[in-house]
Design a protein around this ligand. Sequence first.
Ligand code: THU
Length: 160
Amino acid sequence: MTKKKLTIDYEEFSSAEQMSAEDRMLVARALEAQKGSYSPYSQFQVGAALLLADGTVVTGANQENVAYPSGLCAERTVLFAAGAQYPDIAPDTLAIAGSDHGVLCESPASPCGACRQVMAETQKRFGRPLKIILVGSKRIRKFQKVEDILPFIFDSLKME
Ligand code: THU
């Protein structure tokens, strides 16, 4: 038996002001995208903004349904919309902002497992890292690739 340790690197900012102009723009778009949230059941509004390699920004928000599992998170809403509208343009960075009853979470909302799996597929499909920015009012976290929020990704049907 060998004991192993996994470490991840990420950046934490106390405000968007400390980020690059491009990241600041994407954070603003994710916050704005919360307005499109349809969340009468949870009152949890999530906005997502996806920057594509050509500079296009696609936005999305969580969409709920009285039959709960029929709804969809903001992250998958935006990744699927981008896949449908821009199938040949690689996604570069995904910013996500979650608010509880209209108040931005202090510590950023973290994507669910299903959304992380879809992010992993996006990354694999386009063969380049997908950066992720999680936006909170007290801290903003930036990850350079999906592996940093989803270690030991399931990404192949072949056993190696
Ligand atoms: N939700 C997202 O849209 N993204 C996340 O990262 C976490 C959860 C949504 C799903 C549901 O509409 C609401 O937030 C409460 O779970």
